[in-house]
Design a binder for this molecule. Structure first.
Ligand SMILES: O=C(CO)[C@H](O)[C@H](O)COP(=O)(O)O
Length: 262
């Protein structure tokens, strides 16, 4: 582990470290995308090295696949695995019902397919991701490049009359060109500020021609693992609330965190 992690990375790291303990020998595990998910992959790489943990990972992006390969982890495809025991992934926002916005990293389509093929989905996050109402961060919608301007106009029209606060829709760019997802599509970011009814909005968006998938994950996540920069980690589920509070601590200069909760 690198030394001198910034506080937000410490928080992401401890969340990932706690969640990595959910992975058991022989499991098939969805590996999310983003900076928190990258910590998870590193933590699993460490468990594979130190404990001989064996599992099959299903990466949700080319980036995650590259990292897993670099660390010598066994990866497979969803086509081959079909069903997974568990997916562990980051999120851009989650509310108290554990509904999510995902896709700031542009991997929402594969992430949603892999999460819904999994027995359980665990989200790992720093505390900034918890919100009262979803929508402060833009909602990504993956669209087919063909006629994306028409799809954009249809989305804008459909937003009228919905319980949202903003209605601006922008095409995600990468430099001068539109961003292209791993599936070859574009992303429209919906700046809604407040989403009153995530389920209704998600269903509505997916009915529009040209929309492939949206970044609302409703009733998919089972547990949120939240990390804090001081080493605290909480586990939260929708029905039972906070299930566990653990504490990790820097004990060596190598930034090895130790569970001191027992
Ligand atoms: O949905 C995602 C990628 O499509 C990520 O999980 C989400 O953006 C969180 O990223 P990070 O862990 O870097 O904050």
């Amino acid at each position: 582990m690198p030394t001198d992690l910034p506080p937000v990375d410490k928080a992401k790291f401890v969340a990932a470290k706690r969640a990595s303990a959910y992975v058991e020998d022989g499991m098939t595990v969805g590996l999310g995308t983003g900076s928190t998910a990258a910590w998870l992959v590193r933590c699993l790489g460490e468990r594979a090295q130190t404990e001989g943990l064996r599992f099959r990972g299903v990466p949700t992006s080319e980036r995650t696949a590259d990292l897993a390969r670099e660390l010598g982890l066994e990866i497979t495809t969803l086509e081959e695995a079909r069903w997974l025991d568990l997916t562990i992934d980051g999120a851009d926002e989650h509310d108290a019902r554990l509904d999510l916005i995902k896709g700031a990293g542009g991997a929402l389509l594969r992430e949603k397919i892999v999460a819904t093929a999994s027995e359980r989905m665990i989200v790992i996050a720093d505390a900034s991701k918890k919100v009262e109402t979803l929508g402060a961060c833009p909602l990504p919608v993956e669209v087919i490049p063909f006629g994306w301007q028409t799809t954009c106009a249809l989305i804008e029209e459909a937003l009228i009359g919905l319980d949202v606060m903003g209605r601006e829709v922008t095409l995600r760019m990468e430099g001068e060109a539109p961003f292209v997802t791993d599936e070859g599509n574009h992303i429209l970011d919906l700046h809604l500020k407040r989403i009153g009814d995530p389920r209704r909005l998600g269903l509505m968006l997916n009915q529009i021609a040209g929309v492939v998938e949206n970044g609302l994950f409703v009733d998919i996540c089972d547990v949120v693992v939240t990390g804090y920069a001081d080493g605290r980690v909480t586990l939260h589920d929708e029905t039972r609330g906070t299930l566990e509070e653990t504490r990790y601590e820097f004990v060596t200069e190598d930034n090895i965190f130790t569970d001191i909760s027992d």
